[in-house]
Design a protein around this ligand. Structure first.
Ligand SMILES: [Zn+2]
Length: 376
């Protein structure tokens, strides 16, 4: 990677069109000067000016293209593998292109790149409600305020969604007020504690039932106001990540109320793909050697472990068949409380939904019709 970094730095240093633009400006100036009073002598000046400009332009471009070509060569040298080998065109259903366009457009909207998203929605003729884009514009407006340490818009939003946030057990609204209190309390000019107390009186009452312990803790900080740094409250009042944390939890709650995951699914899928790529390339080369093909649809030919942050749902592996359960073959719980996959249930009862069979894990007997589907 060192070679790539070196070439990238070189490209970054040389890869600017500033000099080129300066040269063009110079030429325009020269042309404008001579435009009205052109004669033979001036024409000669113009000609020599143009020649020197052309040379300078070629020179400045040479640096850029030189750096660009070296960077590309360094990349090619490092990444020799043809990643096409890991690509399975059958993995996409016929309607895949549309789904992919939609995923890209949704990613752009979530990323705040509304103009590009609009263009894609229009050109790919996608059906994404405008209201959703409006919601994300609102989210970015609020996040921008948070960056400026203005909690007002976020608090207003959280108050307007109080019931729904409470339903999902969210602490966001209180956390926003709590940060506002801390923000006032730690004003550098020393007037903050009075403002913080007033703020608490005005805003904390409504949270008394649910957050009394947290409010008490905030109030006790007044005892340590002269020496907050070495007090037990330092972590709450002087946390360097407090604003980032609250922005992150705001984004999460905002997306959750829209029924969306906190991270863009396209981003996660691309990241998971990057993690899986080396294994898939290896599988691809083994398959080529053995002249076999990746034939299974919607399923990878090998298991590829991903980090825990990529695991969003509990999975259930049937203890009888050792297969992972799916929507077609879901986990079923017998009256004794033991769970097996639906196919295993059918095998144990020989395909008869009223046939009694013994649970493979305890002495109880039941019939498949008594089993109920389990959702993880
Ligand atoms: Zn059992």
């Amino acid at each position: 990677m060192d070679a790539i970094t070196k070439e990238f730095n070189r490209l970054e240093k040389n890869g600017s069109f500033d000099k080129y633009i300066d040269d063009v400006d110079e030429l325009i100036e020269l042309l404008q000067k001579t435009r009205n009073t052109i004669d033979a002598e001036q024409l000669a000046i113009l000609k020599s000016g143009c020649t020197s400009w052309t040379n300078k332009m070629a020179e400045s471009q040479k640096d850029i293209y030189g750096a660009l070509s070296k960077y590309a060569k360094a990349l090619d040298k490092k990444f020799k593998t043809d990643i096409e080998a890991a690509y399975n065109p059958n993995a996409f259903p016929p309607s895949g292109d549309k789904l992919l366009d939609r995923a890209v457009a949704m990613h752009l909207i979530r990323d705040g790149q509304f103009q590009v998203a609009d263009k894609l929605i229009q050109e790919a003729n996608l059906d994404i409600p405008e209201a959703l884009e409006q919601e994300f514009m609102d989210m970015y407006r609020i996040l921008e305020s948070l960056k400026q340490k203005d909690l007002g818009p976020a608090i207003e939003w959280a108050a307007s969604k109080r019931d729904r946030l409470a339903q999902s057990g969210s602490n966001l609204e209180f956390n926003l007020h709590s940060l506002q209190f801390v923000h006032l309390f730690t004003y550098p000019d020393g007037t903050g504690t009075r403002l913080a107390l007033e703020y608490a009186r005005e805003n904390f009452a409504v949270f008394g039932d649910r957050y009394l312990a947290d409010i008490s803790k905030l109030m006790c900080a007044f005892l340590f106001q002269s020496n907050l740094q070495s007090s037990p409250y330092a972590s709450t009042f002087l946390s360097p990540s407090a604003w980032d944390d609250v922005a992150h939890s705001f984004t999460k709650e905002f997306c959750s109320l829209l029924g969306l995951s906190p991270d863009s699914p396209l981003y996660l899928a691309a990241l998971a793909g990057a993690i899986a790529l080396p294994t898939l390339l290896k599988v691809g080369s083994i398959m080529r050697e053995k002249q076999t093909e990746w034939s299974s649809e919607n399923e990878l030919p090998v298991e590829i472990p991903l980090p825990p942050s990529f695991q969003f749902h509990a999975i259930f592996v049937c203890p009888v068949s050792k297969e992972q359960t799916t929507d077609e073959n879901p986990p079923m719980m017998m009256p004794c409380g033991h769970i097996v996959a639906k196919d295993s249930l059918a095998r144990m009862s020989k395909g008869n939904p009223n046939q009694r069979f013994k649970c493979p894990y305890c002495p109880n007997e039941s019939i498949p019709n008594q089993a109920i589907r389990v959702y993880f």
